[in-house]
Every structure is written in structure tokens, then in C-alpha cells.
Ligand binder design. Structure first.
Ligand SMILES: [Zn+2]
Length: 201
């Protein structure tokens, strides 16, 4: 059973995080890049449709793909912090976790932060807020990373996307196949619904 939507009770503890945006807009977000085999394809597609997105980058990937990271910003997209090494909050001490976020911030100049796997303890959450980070979750996840998830299912679930939704995709190798199969169709469909694409601010 895949939950494309985050159940309300799971949001409760982190209700001061960002889960949704303005009702007239949708927000494409891409996690885990930049990746040389995937991110350029995503950027080309976004340019073709003249839409902007928010990229939550992993520090070590930025470090090894500096030009590509620059290309994301130059194209007018927003960037956010996704830790240095994609640590899982629940399996990491708070001090180590915060250290990783601060290290990634040296590469990624943004106050936006998204926890990998959505895994974050309440202590880590509070500490990040104290440090001035806006913690961004999502309201709809694409399962593009799940190679056992049929693209028909993703497209079917995408029909329920509505204004205000923050959508998660991944510019990662694992997600490449599904991404190439569904992303353009979803963008076209959302445009047909009259929704505007915006970046998270
Ligand atoms: Zn991630």
C-alpha cells in the first residue's frame, strides 16, 4: 500500500513545518540531486514548459557537481538543503544531524530544508527552526524512486493533485525511469487544470 498523500495525524507534531502552499499554485520539488545523468534532463523539461521548481540538494552531490548546481540557480529555480550525506534523522544524533545540515549550508545558500525520508525527530525539528530554517515537507509524493510502482499508478494518483500541493520527485538515478515516464504528463495535466507553478519561498 502506497500513501501518495501524507495522513493528517502524521503532520501534527510538525505542523509548524511547511506542508502546503497557496491554493492557486502547485509546487514541484526535486530531492537528492544534483545528478549528472538526471538533473539536466529535468532542467530541460522544466525550461520547455516554462515552469520553475525547488531542488533540495544533498551537500556532497553539490560538491561534486558544482556547475550543474549553478545551472539550477541560473535557470531561476529555488534550491534547498537536504543534509550533507542524506542522513536519516531518527537514526542520527541531533548534534550530528545539525552538523550535517550546517555543513551542507556552506554549499547551499538557502534557509529551506527538507529532511531526507521525512525522518526527523522533534528535537532536530526545533533546533532547525531555532537556526532559522524553514522545514519543508510535502503533501503528495510521486513514488518515482520505487521501481516496483507502475507508472500508471503514479499517473492515476496524480489526477488527485490540487492547488496548494507540494509535490515530491527525485532527480536521482533510482527515480530516472519513472520520472521520464510521468513528469511531463503530470506537468501538462496540471497546466490544463489552470494551476500555476511556483517555487517555495
Ligand atoms: Zn532525499
Amino acid at each position: 500500500m502506497r500513501f501518495f498523500r501524507v495522513p493528517k495525524f502524521l503532520r501534527w507534531n510538525y505542523r509548524n513545518g511547511i506542508w502546503q502552499g497557496r491554493k492557486s499554485e502547485v509546487y514541484l520539488t526535486f530531492d537528492d540531486g544534483p545528478h549528472p545523468l538526471v538533473t539536466p534532463w529535468v532542467l530541460d523539461l522544466l525550461e520547455k514548459h516554462r515552469v520553475h521548481a525547488t531542488f533540495f540538494c544533498i551537500g556532497v552531490n553539490v560538491d561534486s557537481n558544482l556547475e550543474l548546481f549553478q545551472r539550477i540557480s541560473d535557470a531561476g529555480h529555488a534550491v534547498g538543503n537536504h543534509t550533507m550525506f542524506h542522513e536519516r534523522g531518527w537514526h542520527t544524533t541531533t548534534s550530528h544531524y545539525i552538523e550535517s545540515v550546517i555543513q551542507a549550508k556552506k554549499h547551499i545558500h538557502s534557509s529551506l530544508f527538507r529532511p531526507p525520508y521525512g525522518s526527523l525527530t522533534f528535537r532536530q525539528f526545533k533546533k532547525l527552526k531555532t537556526l532559522g530554517f524553514k522545514v519543508v515537507f510535502w503533501s503528495w509524493i510521486s513514488y518515482d524512486f520505487d521501481q516496483n510502482c507502475p507508472q500508471e499508478e503514479i499517473l492515476q494518483q496524480a489526477k488527485r493533485i490540487k492547488g496548494g500541493d507540494i509535490l515530491v520527485f527525485h532527480d536521482s538515478e533510482k527515480a530516472k525511469f519513472n520520472l521520464e515516464g510521468v513528469l511531463e504528463k503530470i506537468i501538462v495535466e496540471l497546466k490544463q487544470k489552470g494551476l500555476k507553478f511556483s517555487t517555495i519561498a
